[in-house]
Design a protein around this ligand. Structure first.
Ligand SMILES: [Zn+2]
Length: 373
């Protein structure tokens, strides 16, 4: 994500902070320092409280991530935004039960954090629960250890409950989808969960307008758009899985042999748009030469370097019968720009990144709106 920078690493996952995150820290410093009138001490207290709140958000995201890793997914990074955390998952298995566990551990982790906080409030002198609403407000707007613990307790319970609302893109929406998916096909379950999430968002927005609670309207818009994005992404994936590699493979391509020099390859690239080349020796595919390999080879050994010296020898391949989504996954995993299509050892062609984006464009233009008109 743009405008975010790395603050650390945990369990092989990069932790990043978005620059706008500092706005909310500044806001908390202002609220406790100026609005609540505690001066410099209040500003420090407010900032520390928000930082602790974000530690809870990181724990929430790490719980999702650790569970996803347990099921074999790759977690690239967690980014902290003012609205919460965002974990980037790759290759999450499409198994409703696994998805349910990955989703549910996030809100659960906030409940787990809330328990010792509640115990702390019970164990220390003073009433665990303030007698009146004013007493509660005094406590959380003041600066005291008890106020901080109460604030964090309430926030963690709210985080758990809010995220369990069965509306996409909240965790509860994913849990809801995975429960549905155990009784019906995945795309249908997604569609139902998307519509439920959007209906929920509409009610929330109406209630917000009725009550004048504009933050509800804002959250409702976020839920509505999130549900829509989730729905179209799932639709895209299911359409990709119906398409076969054979539908998109190109046979018109230049094939290299390992003995050719990079100088010769350069002259081909000047006359064609092809950037990645399959390398074939005695009828068998032995390597792939990408644009990056070509540049690296030229840099190290000059134009006399052979293709065989510069090419990649470990590379993904797909069979023509494979679903197109497999190419998408392989390109994503290995960051190659082209995947050779091989049928029983015979090279049929290549599927390139450009094909992938063309296919995406075709699918996207045929996409139907959820609420037509
Ligand atoms: Zn979550």
């Amino acid at each position: 994500m743009k405008w975010s920078f790395k603050i650390g690493r945990a369990f092989g996952i990069e932790l990043r902070v978005h620059i706008t995150f500092f706005l909310i820290v500044a806001w908390a410093a202002y609220v406790w320092g100026v609005s609540y009138g505690h001066g410099t001490a209040g500003a420090v207290y407010g900032s520390l409280l928000i930082l602790l709140l974000f530690v809870c958000v990181v724990i929430h995201e790490l719980s999702h991530s650790r569970m996803a890793q347990h099921y074999g997914a790759e977690v690239r990074s967690i980014t902290l935004l003012p609205i919460g955390g965002l974990a980037l998952l790759k290759d999450m298995p499409e198994d409703p039960r696994k998805e349910m566990w990955v989703s549910v551990v996030g809100p659960l982790s906030n409940i787990v954090i809330a328990i010792p906080l509640a115990l702390l409030l019970l164990a220390t002198p003073g009433r665990a629960v303030p007698e009146s609403a004013e007493g509660f407000l005094d406590l959380v707007t003041g600066i005291s250890l008890r106020g901080a613990v109460t604030y964090l307790f309430v926030i963690n319970i709210m985080l758990a409950l809010f995220n369990l609302i069965p509306a996409f893109p909240l965790d509860g929406g994913r849990v809801f989808r995975s429960i549905l998916a155990q009784h019906m096909p995945f795309p249908r379950a997604t569609r139902m969960a998307v519509v439920t999430g959007q209906l929920f968002a509409l009610f929330m927005a109406l209630a917000g307008i009725w009550l004048g609670a504009w933050i509800w309207v804002l959250i409702a818009i976020f839920i509505y758009l999130g549900a829509d994005a989730e729905g179209s992404q799932a639709e895209m994936k299911s359409k990709l899985s119906k398409l076969k590699v054979a539908d998109a493979v190109t046979g018109r391509m230049k094939v290299l042999s390992p003995e050719q020099s990079l100088g010769e390859v350069v002259s081909f690239t000047l006359h064609s748009y092809q950037e990645d080349f399959p390398v074939v020796n005695e009828g068998a595919l032995v390597g792939v030469l990408t644009r990056a390999d070509l540049i690296k080879g030229l840099g190290q050994g000059g134009t006399e370097t052979t293709v065989g010296e510069a090419m990649e020898t470990s590379f993904p391949v797909v069979s023509p019968d494979a679903p197109f989504s497999e190419v998408y996954d392989k390109i994503n995993q290995t960051r190659v720009k082209a995947v050779p299509v091989v049928d029983e050892g015979r090279l049929l062609g290549m599927v390139t990144l450009e094909h992938l984006s063309e296919v995406f464009m075709l699918i996207d233009s045929s996409r139907k709106p959820l609420f037509p008109g």
